[in-house]
Write a protein that binds this ligand. Sequence first.
Ligand code: F6R
Length: 260
Amino acid sequence: MKILILPDRDAAVARCVEVIAATLDARPDAVLGLATGGTMEPVCAGLVARAREGAVSLGEMRSFNLDEYVGLAPSHPQSYHAYMQRHLIGPAGLDPERLRLPRGNAADPEAEAARYEAEIAAAGGIELQLLGIGANGHIGFNEPSSSLASPCRVKTLTRATRAANARFFGPGEEVPRFAITMGIATILRSRHALLLAVGAAKAEAVAAMVEGPLSARCPASALQMHPRATVVLDPEAAARLELRQYYETVHPQGREVPLG
Ligand code: F6R
């Protein structure tokens, strides 16, 4: 794992935007895996700003989002379809057909998950998979105890995840109990995994992911098995890493240092 500890939150976000832009520079029609949530909002904003400056072209890329709530139609304001429309598709003027998500309101959610997995494979797999991390160590909605070999499927959300995401829902509105999510195996098949974590609330999960045992207790620890995983952190999210000094020696302030 490449651990990059940036000087602050903005720098961590900017580094992720750079990695995405570099991937699209190298291959404008790359297939990206995208994530949602609070952490990704400034990443979307950064990409939109770059696209408006003409510094990156988003029009040819295709993408697959990690997850969607079961039972929410794309038009529901708290669906991840609506999130993508609000934060990326609308502001960057993209063709929504090229940015795919599982259909949360499919009649048979398990069949929809299997169809989504096949759609990703038919697209040639994912070049760059963007990830956030839950305070309980989830990636996508692979909650603790998820099989580390899991495909796309329906997962029951933990009480903690539903409580954490309640902030995006209106008063009295229920956070859905289930989600369709890419599996850990789906994520591990991506050619490059890029995880962004910021803030003290993520520090414990980050330490378990990077330095803890490979375990379904912390699903993100499966990234230890990824051949190319980059973890971008701000100092607060890195605070519980025991080997922090080593990571900072290898990549001072998150920089790449030439060998020799
Ligand atoms: C969202 C997703 C989740 C989030 C995680 C962190 O598509 O897959 O794993 O990345 O729950 O969410 P925030 O960024 O809101 O703390």
